[in-house]
Design a protein around this ligand. Structure first.
Ligand code: PLP
Length: 464
C-alpha cells in the first residue's frame, strides 16, 4: 500500500514513511492510493472478536510491508491493554434507537488515546529500525497534548515538546501533561493564547535552518496512522449492532474532521453506514458547508466544548480530495484559493459525493438540554462534546429501525463544571486518575516568541 499527497506534488511513501512524515512536503495530507475493501464475509467475521483483534483485521490492509500481522497484533494488544475498560470502547444503550460508543477509557480520558496509544508504539518500532531520532513538537489547548505525552513518554528515540497557553487549559488537562516525569517529555507554558502556541509550532516547521537540524514531526490528526486507528471502532460498534446485515448511523462531535473522516473510510471499506452526522457547536463552518455550500471562516468563538472550537478543519482536505476525483493539482488550486480568500464553495456535481453526511449546529442551550436528557432519561452523564453529538443524533429523524451510535469522545469528569451546571450532578474522576492533584508538576514558562523557544528545543533535542 502506497500513500499519496492530496496536493499531488510529493513523492508517494509506504505506511512507515507516511507515519513518520505527518504532513507531505507539498503541504498536502497523505491518503492511501486506493481504499481497501473488506468483503461482507470478512465484516461478518469480526463478530465476537475483541477490540485488539478487530483492530488487526481492519488495519492490516493499510500496512503493506511495514509490519507483519504478528507485529501489528503485538502492538495492538499493548496499546489497547492500557485501557481501563475490558471492552476498550464499550457500547451503551441509551434508548430504543440510540447508543453511546465510549471512547474515553484510555489514560487521559479522551478519545485521542485510542489512536495515540498505537501511534506512540508505531513511532518507537519504526525508529528502532532506522538510525534516526524524532523531535515531536505540538501545540495543545488540552486533550491532544496530554494524550500525545502519555503515548510518547519514555519511548526510545523520540522527544516531545508540547506548548500550552499558560493558565488557559483546565487543571486536569495541565496536570495530565506536567506530572509526567519521563526525561523525553518537555512541557512549555507559553505566555500567550492557543493560537500563539500553534503559530509558534508552524514557525518552527517553516524555519528551514532550525527544521533542518532536527527531524521534526507532528502528532495532530493530520497524521494518517491516527485516522487509520480510528476506523476500527466504527467496525467494532456496527458489528455489535448487526452489521453487515444492518445499516448503522453515527453522530460525531466534530472539530478537525479526523474522527468523522475515519467513519467515511469505514464506509469506503464496505461497512454499511446509513449516515454520518457531523455535529458542530456554534463554530459551525462544516455545518454551513454541508447544508448551504458555504465554507467561509469566521473568528473562533470559545465554547464549553473547546476541542470543537475550530474554524478550518485540517482533515476536510482528505474528503475534498475524493470529491475532486483524487486530482491533486485541482485540489491544490482549490486549497490555495481558500487560503487566500477564506471561503470556498464547490460545484453541484462534486456535492453529490457528500450524500453520506448529515450535519447539525448545536448551541450551548441545546447542548445543555441534551446533557440533562441523557442524565434524566438514560442515567448517563455525558461530557459537553458528546452532548452536542447526542443532540444532533436525537434530532436527525432517522428511520426507527436504524441504530444511531453517538461517539462519546471525553469522560464527563474532564469538564466537571459544565456537566454539573447542566445536569445537577458532579461527575467523579475515575479512581485510576488517583493522586493526579497531589503529584509534582514540571514545566517551563517561556514568552510567546520564536527565538527563546527554538533555543529551548535545541538545547534538549537530538540533532540529525
Ligand atoms: C479532539 C476532540 C474532538 C474533535 O475531534 P476531531 O477529530 O478533531 O473532529 C471532539 N471531542 C473531543 C473530546 C476531542 O478531544
Amino acid at each position: 500500500m502506497r500513500y499519496i499527497s492530496t496536493r499531488g506534488g510529493a513523492a508517494s511513501l509506504d505506511f512507515e514513511g507516511a507515519t513518520l512524515a505527518g504532513l507531505a512536503s507539498d503541504g498536502g495530507l497523505y491518503v492511501p492510493e486506493a481504499w481497501p475493501a473488506l468483503s461482507e464475509a470478512e465484516i461478518a467475521g469480526l463478530a465476537g472478536l475483541d477490540y485488539a483483534e478487530t483492530a488487526v483485521r481492519v488495519m492490516r490492509p493499510f500496512l503493506g510491508d511495514s509490519l507483519t500481522e504478528d507485529e501489528l497484533r503485538t502492538l495492538c494488544r499493548q496499546a489497547y491493554g492500557t485501557f481501563a475498560h475490558a471492552g476498550v470502547t464499550p457500547l451503551k444503550q441509551l434508548d430504543a434507537q440510540h447508543w453511546l460508543l465510549e471512547l474515553f477509557h484510555g489514560p487521559t480520558l479522551a478519545f485521542k488515546d485510542v489512536a495515540l496509544q498505537l501511534l506512540g508504539l508505531l513511532f518507537e518500532r519504526f525508529l528502532s529500525r532506522r538510525s534516526e531520532h524524532l523531535t515531536v513538537v505540538g501545540a495543545t489547548s488540552g486533550d491532544t497534548g496530554s494524550a500525545a505525552i502519555q503515548a510518547l513518554a519514555g519511548r526510545a528515540k523520540v522527544d516531545i515538546f508540547m506548548l500550552h497557553p499558560l493558565g488557559r487549559v483546565s487543571e486536569v488537562q495541565r496536570r495530565q501533561m506536567t506530572t509526567v516525569m519521563a526525561p523525553n517529555v518537555h512541557n512549555i507554558a507559553i505566555r500567550g493564547t492557543f493560537d500563539d502556541a500553534q503559530a509558534l509550532v508552524k514557525a518552527m516547521f517553516n524555519d528551514a535552518s532550525f527544521a533542518g537540524r532536527f527531524h521534526l514531526s507532528a502528532v495532530n490528526s493530520i497524521n494518517w496512522a491516527r485516522l487509520m486507528a480510528q476506523v476500527v471502532y466504527y467496525f467494532y460498534a456496527a458489528v455489535r449492532l448487526g452489521a453487515p446485515r444492518r445499516t448503522v448511523a453515527f453522530s460525531v462531535p466534530t472539530g478537525n474532521f479526523g474522527d468523522v473522516f475515519a467513519g467515511y473510510v469505514a464506509a469506503k471499506m464496505g461497512l454499511p453506514v446509513e449516515r454520518l452526522i457531523v455535529a458542530t457547536n456554534v463554530n459551525d463552518i462544516l455545518a454551513r458547508f454541508l447544508t448551504a455550500n458555504d465554507m467561509s471562516a469566521r473568528p473562533v468563538e470559545p465554547s464549553l466544548s473547546p476541542s470543537m472550537d475550530i474554524q478550518v478543519s485540517s482533515n476536510f482536505e482528505r474528503l475534498l480530495f475524493d470529491l475532486h476525483d483524487r486530482d491533486g493539482a485541482s485540489l491544490a488550486r482549490t486549497m490555495r484559493d481558500f487560503e487566500a480568500t477564506k471561503r470556498m464553495s464547490i460545484p453541484a456535481d462534486m456535492r453529490a459525493g457528500l450524500g453520506l453526511f448529515g450535519s447539525a449546529r448545536v448551541d450551548a442551550d441545546a447542548m445543555a438540554m441534551a446533557l440533562r436528557r441523557a442524565s434524566e432519561k438514560s442515567c448517563e452523564l455525558v461530557d459537553p462534546h458528546t452532548a452536542i453529538a447526542l443532540a444532533a443524533a436525537w434530532d436527525a429523524g432517522l428511520p426507527a429501525d436504524v441504530p444511531v451510535v453517538t461517539l462519546a469522545t471525553a469522560h464527563p469528569a474532564k469538564f466537571p463544571e459544565a456537566v454539573e451546571r447542566a445536569s445537577g450532578q458532579r461527575p467523579v474522576l475515575p479512581a485510576r486518575m488517583g493522586n493526579l492533584f497531589d503529584r509534582a508538576e514540571r514545566y517551563d514558562t517561556l514568552p510567546a516568541e520564536l527565538a527563546p523557544i527554538e533555543a529551548y528545543v535545541a538545547e534538549r533535542a537530538v540533532a540529525r
